[in-house]
Design a protein around this ligand. Structure first.
Ligand code: FES
Length: 107
């Protein structure tokens, strides 16, 4: 598994409460500013294949629009049913107003 830092947004694109989705090498990522912290997670619910971008940020969680499970943006863990598997989380950093995420890809 190799890792790489990839620029995904400018900080101006992500004011508090905003999300952006990006696709990198066929993988969908959701970037979110929740309460001033930038998070990156899979843009796919672990319950069914639906974009979490269609949901909404609640505190530091993301709520799926289909059946309502919330996931921690920090840990990826589901907070209630029906989802029972975590979503992937990715490190983020800000470098001169640019948002980067650490992606993982299979060799
Ligand atoms: S598809 Fe997300 S909770 Fe069911």
């Amino acid at each position: 598994m190799t890792e790489q830092w990839v620029e995904v947004a400018t900080i101006d694109e992500l004011p508090i409460g905003k999300m952006k989705r990006v696709e990198i090498e066929g993988h969908r990522y959701l970037i979110a500013n929740a309460e001033g912290n930038i998070y990156a997670v899979d843009d796919q619910c672990s319950h069914e294949d639906i974009s979490l971008y269609l949901g909404c940020i609640q505190g530091e969680n993301i709520k799926c629009s289909l059946h309502g499970s919330r996931f921690s943006l920090k840990t990826g863990e589901p907070l209630e049913a029906p989802a029972d598997e975590p979503i992937g989380t990715y490190e983020t950093r800000i470098n001169v107003k640019k948002v980067l995420i650490k992606t993982r890809k299979k060799p």
